[in-house]
Write a protein that binds this ligand. Structure first.
Ligand SMILES: NC(=O)c1ccc[n+]([C@@H]2O[C@H](COP(=O)([O-])OP(=O)(O)OC[C@H]3O[C@@H](n4cnc5c(N)ncnc54)[C@H](O)[C@@H]3O)[C@@H](O)[C@H]2O)c1
Length: 277
């Protein structure tokens, strides 16, 4: 199939890699010549790394022959596309605009958004809603096994089935979730993360011991505080605030989290979060 990926940052480059490895033609849309060139380099580097690790069938340069990078999506490029995956920054208006352009440029394509928190019903407003759904990948896309499919009331059942089929062919495991704040993954992940921070605040146990408890007692690959450090404390604060507004005070971010963000301790990216990196 021909797939269009809009946005060639962390997630878009990963989705492009995944689709190329799965044998598809990929049109990657990035805003501006410099960013388009950087996006191509990111996809090629990602394919090369997977190949070095023995995780890619076929030579990277052969796969990247099926990659076209463009700065604008129009009917000439988009006609014939079966799937559009939007991976531009988490901004409702921006996403609606690019999905609207994709709806006209790709008249036969499913319009999937990789949003991690925005309402799919709100995104679908004013668009051909029967073709719109959430297709939530995880970072790094070629490695993480999960795809969370998010449907709103107006999506066509055959569209959901088609996207599930593609994701499974690409080796992913699919969960289906109704459009609700935080979907399934962010909602539960943030709930545990916030509780772990509250426990630290109350002196129940050290950060190290809270994490070790979940790793060794519950088989988590990493504890909730270390995971918060990896995601970024600012990112988690924004999601928790959004969930508190939508779902109620049980998601209210703890004071300790606000203080750390205010102090610039954002986790791994700044060298300091709940742990020192
Ligand atoms: N990073 C993660 O771990 C993660 C995980 C799951 C979902 N997401 C979601 O995926 C989406 C993208 O996140 P990301 O981390 O890849 O962001 P990013 O900032 O790395 O990439 C976004 C890219 O979109 C490009 N862009 C901006 N406007 C554009 C336009 N009009 N047309 C084409 N390209 C445009 C930017 O130049 C940038 O390269 C967000 O909705 C985010 O919430 C992120």
């Amino acid at each position: 199939m021909i797939a269009v990926v809009i946005g060639g940052g962390t997630m878009g480059a990963g989705v492009a890699h995944l689709l190329l490895a799965g044998g598809h033609e990929v049109v990657l849309v990035e805003a501006g010549a410099d960013r388009a060139a950087a996006a191509r380099r990111a996809v090629e580097a990602s394919l090369a790394k997977a190949s070095e690790r023995g995780r890619l069938d076929g030579a990277p340069h052969e796969l990247s022959r099926r990659l076209t990078v463009v700065e604008r999506l129009d009917t000439q490029v988009g006609r014939g596309a079966a799937l559009v995956v939007e991976a531009v920054p988490e901004d409702l208006e921006l996403k609606r605009r690019v999905l609207g352009e994709a709806a006209s440029a790709c008249p036969d394509a499913v319009l999937a958004s990789n949003t991690s928190s925005l309402s799919i019903s709100a995104l679908a407003e004013g668009l051909p809603g029967e073709r719109v759904l959430g297709m939530h990948f995880f970072n790094p896309v070629p490695v993480q096994q999960l795809v969370e499919l998010v449907h709103h009331a107006g999506v066509a059942a055959d569209v959901v089935a088609r996207v599930r089929g593609w994701a499974e062919e690409l080796g992913k495991t699919v969960i289906e979730v109704r459009d609700a704040p935080g979907f399934a993954t962010s909602r539960l992940g943030v709930a545990v993360g916030m509780e772990a921070i509250r426990m630290l605040e109350e002196g129940v146990a050290s950060a190290e011991d809270i994490d070790t408890g979940m790793r060794l007692g519950y088989g988590w690959p990493m504890g909730p505080l270390r995971l918060t450090d990896l995601v970024g404390l600012d990112v988690r604060l924004a999601i928790a605030s959004h969930l508190a507004a939508e779902l109620g005070p049980r998601f209210e971010p703890p004071t300790l989290l606000r203080e750390k963000v205010a102090a610039g301790h954002l986790g791994r990216k700044t060298g300091q979060g709940f742990f020192t990196w």
